[in-house]
Ligand binder design. Structure first.
Ligand SMILES: [Mn+2]
Length: 355
């Protein structure tokens, strides 16, 4: 029963994108401004060359391109504005290959947009909105710094460090970039491959009375209602859950994964968001039902955590996925190293070179 499936064109129903039933999808997670890894992804996958040659190939980015400071701390090669650099390439690719680029929203995308709105409403009390922005729509830095001083004064250093400091793209995001990171899908469905992709994890499923209700709720997710609600409503919302949930934090259960997947008639969920080091090492798991197999984090048998850039154990374990959209994936075991799971920086000339 895949009435939504279309052999060659994607379908969008609200915030859910249904990819075609044939062709290829390249999946990449959490770049956080690592332009070097993004360039390696394009080079390894040959995405641009293949798309220009007319191949039915899609690129799915699981969000969290924004914010570079924390990534720069671990990897000095990540430039301060690497997020803008990557987004600008993605927007150009989107124009060249409409219907082939899927940028899913992550928690960092969400918060950069949210904080920009907070700065605007803070500023509105003092002066006209136009003065809040530079010509490209980025925030006026004097106004931003007034907002940050006020926030620190009101809520203290700890909340500032948790709720604002991680979202450093706030200081440079242009209106075009903000529009791009907030307008894509929140969930991608690969109907024939039987995979769903989202930023972090499934929703808590117990409050839904039937699978159709899960699907329609995700399709109808709306940022504006979320901004109008209370903090409590935000934390309870499925929007927040898809973008922030972590299995090791007990935000959801294995049953939630399977109920969620059944609603979308899929077998496997792919996400980014949780750094693999949090789950453990290749040898030892930190949590029940979590392990790392062939550079993919496994949550039970049905959720795979992909670390293409930020959150990978090491540079040489960074991985992306190449999925045949027509081939059903039944469980994580069907994601084979070197075929579906591909290394971003394979070590050449050692016998471990990929095909
Ligand atoms: Mn994230």
């Amino acid at each position: 029963m895949n009435s939504l499936g279309n052999r060659s064109e994607p379908t969008h129903l609200g915030r859910v994108a249904y990819l075609p039933e044939e062709g290829t999808a390249i999946i990449c997670s959490d770049l956080h401004g690592n332009i070097g890894d993004f360039e390696a992804l394009l080079a390894r996958s040959q995405f641009i060359e293949r798309a220009r040659a007319g191949e039915a190939i899609s690129l799915v980015i699981t969000g969290d391109v924004p914010d570079t400071a924390r990534h720069h701390f671990f990897d000095r090669s990540v430039p301060n504005n690497g997020d803008s650099q990557i987004l600008n390439v993605l927007m150009k690719l989107d124009q060249e290959f409409p219907n082939q680029i899927f940028y899913l929203e992550g928690n960092h995308d969400f918060h950069v947009v949210r904080l920009t709105r907070d700065v605007e409403s803070f500023h509105k009390e003092f002066a006209p909105l136009e003065l809040c922005h530079n010509e490209d729509g980025s925030l006026n830095l004097k106004i931003l710094s007034d907002f940050l001083d006020d926030y620190r004064g009101q809520f203290g250093e700890l909340l500032y460090r948790n709720n604002i400091a991680p979202y450093d793209m706030l200081t440079r995001a242009t209106q075009t970039e903000l529009d791009y990171i907030s307008s894509g899908p929140i969930l991608a469905v690969l109907p024939a491959a039987k995979i769903v992709i989202t930023h972090a994890g499934p929703v808590k499923t117990e409050r839904y009375s039937c699978p159709e209700e899960i699907v329609s709720t995700i399709q109808e997710l709306d940022r504006d209602t979320l901004f109008d609600g209370t903090h409590e409503e935000y934390y309870q919302s499925p929007f927040h859950q898809l973008l922030n949930h972590r299995f090791p934090d007990k935000d959801y259960t294995l049953d939630d994964i399977s109920t969620f997947l059944k609603a979308f008639q899929a077998n496997v969920m792919i996400t980014g968001h949780t750094p693999l080091g949090y789950l453990g090492t290749e040898e030892q798991s930190n949590f029940p039902n979590c392990k790392i197999v062939n550079n993919l984090g496994w949550i039970g048998q049905q959720q795979g955590i992909l670390c293409t850039s930020f959150g990978a154990l090491r540079r040489e374990t960074k991985a992306y996925l190449e999925i045949d959209l027509a081939r059903p994936i039944h469980s994580l075991e069907n994601l084979r190293p070197g075929i579906e799971v591909r290394l971003l920086h394979p070590i050449e000339n050692t016998g471990s070179v990929e095909a």
